[in-house]
Design a protein around this ligand. Structure first.
Ligand code: FES
Length: 152
């Protein structure tokens, strides 16, 4: 059977009837067509699926959508648009902080949460705080540069 769930997704309230096993990631990429959020490992290992849940970063592949009733979800699509980018999106662009781009939405969502967490200041702290977001192209230096710039 299905369960009713209400979520605010990128500022819009949406109501669903979901099977309890549907992950937030599959809800986003499937019915909602928010395919900016990527599926890498589907097991909490890579961070490609990172989104913001009530402002905190979360691996959406590990979270059952029905467990999030009432939560506010922000995906890369909700952070900014090409004409009105979030400062972190701008910084990633300016620093070439990606190669293939697959991990980028998760990197950016994670970095936005890291700003709010407020305990990464030095470069090694940024690298440590971002260690849950893997980049198979190895763009780590430029990713850290972008984050450092936004941290000021
Ligand atoms: Fe969720 Fe890899 S797809 S952590």
């Amino acid at each position: 059977s299905t369960c009713p769930v209400s979520l605010t997704i990128n500022g819009q309230i949406r109501n669903f009837d979901l099977h309890p096993w549907v992950s937030l990631l599959d809800l986003l990429r499937g019915p909602l067509e928010l395919t900016g959020t990527k599926k890498g490992c589907d097991h909490g290992q890579c961070g490609a699926c990172t989104v913001l849940v009530d402002g905190e970063r979360m691996n959406s592949c590990l979270k059952l959508a029905v467990s999030l009733d009432g939560a506010e979800i922000t995906t890369i699509e909700g952070l900014g648009t090409p004409d009105d980018m979030h400062p972190m999106q701008k910084a990633f662009l300016e620093h070439d902080a990606y190669q293939c781009g697959y991990c980028t939405p998760g990197q950016i969502c994670s970095a936005v949460a890291l700003l709010k967490e407020g305990h990464a200041h030095q470069r090694h702290e940024i690298r440590e705080a971002m260690s849950g977001n893997l980049c198979r192209c190895g763009a780590y230096t430029n990713i850290a540069d972008a984050i450092e710039e936004v941290l000021g």
